[in-house]
Design a protein around this ligand. Structure first.
Ligand code: GSH
Length: 214
């Protein structure tokens, strides 16, 4: 029985899990969920993930995993090599800190449903964009010195970690929202390193079966 990932090509949380799956060398079936059409809120998908959010990873044995960072931690525990967390406890804590700055303190404020809620409250398109830029900038300001201190090519050290699984999709999102990345050279450099890695290339939004490229 194989793995099935419920994903959306441009969404950052499923992108994190795709990176993890490719880093671990695991194959999986891909089920696209159209977030624009609202498929994530339909009963068929809510039966998979009652939260109505992507990703979900169906293990093929009756178990379905949700929450991207928890899925990545599960991948690490069940497929330890190649490791995406350092062996040293302090280093592991640092990597998780970097990942959670993104997963807890940037992304939830900028999620699609937050944008929709702001629209409903009458927030203009420009203010909505400024809101997205503000929270990504705040997070990147905190992450930049960490990447300077701990990065050795990747965001933490010389090999991809959980931090890169979260950072690279967040940089993709920043570019999508046309945020100027000039203030964060270390983040840009870690992003370039990762984008040259085959696992990150395979996980890239443009390579997904539901990608809409214009
Ligand atoms: N904390 C969750 C966040 C999941 C999430 O927000 N997914 C977004 C895509 S990045 C989604 O499916 N949004 C649908 C919506 O907002 O309606 C995780 O890391 O898995």
């Amino acid at each position: 029985m194989g793995l099935t990932l419920y994903s959306a090509w441009r969404a950052t949380a499923p992108y994190r899990v795709r990176i993890g799956l490719h880093l671990k060398g695991l194959s999986y079936d891909y089920v696209p969920i159209d977030l624009i059409k609202g498929e994530q809120r339909e009963p068929a998908y809510k039966a998979v993930n009652p939260q109505g959010l992507t990703p979900a990873l169906d293990l093929g044995d009756g178990d379905i995993l949700t929450q991207s960072v928890a899925i990545l931690e599960w991948l690490e525990e069940t497929h330890p090599e190649p490791a995406i967390l350092p062996k040293d406890a302090l280093a592991r804590q640092r990597v998780r800190t970097m990942a959670l700055i993104i997963a807890c303190d940037i992304h939830p404020l900028n999620n699609t449903r937050i944008g929709r809620a702001l629209n409903r409250l009458g927030v203009s398109k420009d203010d909505n964009l400024a809101w997205v830029h503000r929270w990504i900038s705040d997070g990147f300001d905190t992450l930049e010195p960490m990447v300077v201190k701990y990065g050795r090519g990747f965001a933490f050290g010389e090999t991809p970690t959980l931090a890169d699984c979260c950072l690279i999709p967040q940089v993709y999102s920043a570019n999508r929202y046309e945020l100027d990345l000039t203030p964060w050279p270390a983040i840009r450099s870690a992003n370039e390193t990762a984008l040259a890695h085959p696992a990150f290339q395979a996980a890239h939004p443009n390579k997904q079966p539901d990608a809409v490229l214009v």
